[in-house]
Ligand binder design. Sequence first.
Ligand code: ELE
Length: 218
Amino acid sequence: MSSTPESAAPSVPASVLSVVPVMPVVVAHRVEDAVQIARALVAGGLPAIELTLRTPVALDAMRAIADEVPEILLGAGTVLTPGHAKQALDAGARFLVSPGATPSLLAGMADTGLPFLPGTATVSEVLICLEAGITEMKFFPAEVSGGAPYLKAIASPVPEARFCPTGGVTPANAPTYLALPNVGCVGGTWLTPPALVEQQDWDGITALARAAVSLAEA
Ligand SMILES: O=C(O)C(=O)C[C@H](O)[C@H](O)COP(=O)(O)O
């Protein structure tokens, strides 16, 4: 029997798309901000975070969240290479998200043993993922790639694929995406506006998280 403190952390989900209706995509410039954002999201009812590997502090921020906010499901975004996937695993990520889906990236993410959402924007990319046994994907960049009408159009030809549309998703258009049968959740950065982070307005982020949960329930 294990005595590690992993009981505090959510287990790795079978379906990343089913954890929260809105996946907060976060770009953190300071480790402490990332920890406070994670706490604010949990308080607002969104116990998941896709922390992008876009900043120099991202891996340190992941380690800090894993230590200090173990109740949040921690994911790494902007996974561009197999090396990123391994670094994210080592930093405590429990799922991975990438903006694209090259064969080596798919293999590198699969090697971690973590669930992952490869980025797709065309039917051929969707088919490449399905051929690899991957049915959950990011649709990126969602709005400029055809938005909800595009996903609606491919639902019948490729019904096995389910998506997290991200990129240009807002509180205004999220309900339209969430109503589609092939959408499990949507992703976006709107929950962590730079101005609120700059002001360290963590209650403001909690309020945005609550609003996102409400719009998904509406
Ligand atoms: O770099 C990545 O892999 C990403 O995660 C891209 C983000 O998902 C989008 O940039 C979010 O788009 P907005 O919500 O419109 O700001």
